[in-house]
Design a protein around this ligand. Structure first.
Ligand code: GUN
Length: 296
């Protein structure tokens, strides 16, 4: 029997509905809507598409949504000044600088400049530190969305062996921290694999929960899974396909057909993790607005 699909699109739609209702209640009681500023530098088509989706989701949820476009020739100093403006704007609760940035700009310097109270991406060192130390703070949207997917799909994490393939700052590292936290969606035993792991399949075959965040098309297949494993595919990879309308197809880091013959549950690509990332961005921004209300 093929694996059950974990429908990220449907779960994200439910969460976005919950957020829309909460925003409507806020504004009905005279509070301002949550505000998100998204800064897009340059003309990377994938980034443009992600930013468009984020703006649309914000507007649908009733947020105050600002998109700030700048050319790839912007200097680092100009970009830092723009972040400062957003830091000082009382209508803005969350700031997202879309990555990657052009090579002449130091990404970490830009992220460090975001006020941690507005760091709804959860990339600032203060946010990452808070996550690891189990203190309140913003959690990176993709791992937070994956945890929510697992919980809302009835996947028990407590006592399970979770294997994460990929050690990025955005997914792998915060995912490991979240799954090993105490409580809901946590209490797992976690292993992080990466490019220097000698026998990847020997590790992935032990996983009750396998999270693939490598950024390479279909590198995990059914032969690398334990029967009944839960598989979460974070990858969004373009592969050329002359038969496809756009000349390419989007596939994950997991070879879907072969994995779904072995797994018990699996996320599709697209329609799995991706929609959850946006839902968590909205949730973080709403949380930030609530914190700013009480701080005024
Ligand atoms: N680029 C790809 N994904 C993301 C994300 O979640 N946040 C930001 N800021 N940039 C990205």
């Amino acid at each position: 029997m093929p694996a059950e699909l974990i429908d990220g699109k449907a779960i994200a739609a439910t969460i976005r509905g919950e957020i829309r209702d909460a925003v409507a209640k806020r504004t009905a009681s005279g509070l301002r809507p949550p505000g998100l500023a998204v800064i897009l530098v340059g003309e990377n088509p994938a980034s443009q598409s992600y930013v468009r989706s984020k703006g649309k989701a914000c507007r649908e949820a009733g947020f105050h949504s600002v998109q700030i476009d700048r050319p790839a020739t912007i200097t680092e100093a100009e970009l830092l000044a723009l972040v400062d403006e957003c830091n000082n704007d009382a209508a803005i609760d969350g700031i997202l600088v879309q990555l990657p940035l052009p090579r002449h700009i130091d990404e970490s310097r830009v992220i460090d400049r975001i006020d941690p109270r507005k760091d709804v991406d959860g990339f600032h060192p203060v946010s990452v530190g808070n996550l690891v130390l189990d203190k309140p703070g913003f959690i990176s949207c993709t791992p937070k969305g994956i945890q929510e997917l697992l919980v809302r799909s009835g996947v028990e994490t407590k006592g399970k062996f979770a294997v994460i393939v990929g050690r990025s700052n955005i997914v792998g590292k915060p995912m490991a921290a979240l799954l090993m936290r105490k409580g809901r969606g946590g209490d797992a035993t976690v292993c992080v694999c990466h490019s220097a792991t000698p026998d990847l399949a020997a590790v992935t075959r032990q996983a009750d929960i396998l999270i693939a965040a490598v950024g390479r098309a279909e590198v995990i297949d059914g032969s690398m899974l334990k029967p009944g494993a839960v598989v979460i595919d974070v990858g969004i990879n373009r592969v050329e396909d002359p038969a496809a309308a756009k000349g390419y197809r989007i596939v994950g880091d997991v070879a879907f057909d072969s994995a779904s013959a072995v797994a018990s549950k699996i996320t599709p690509v697209p329609g799995g993790v991706g929609p959850m990332t946006i839902a968590m961005l909205l949730q973080n921004t709403l949380e930030s607005a609530v914190q700013h209300d009480t701080a005024e």
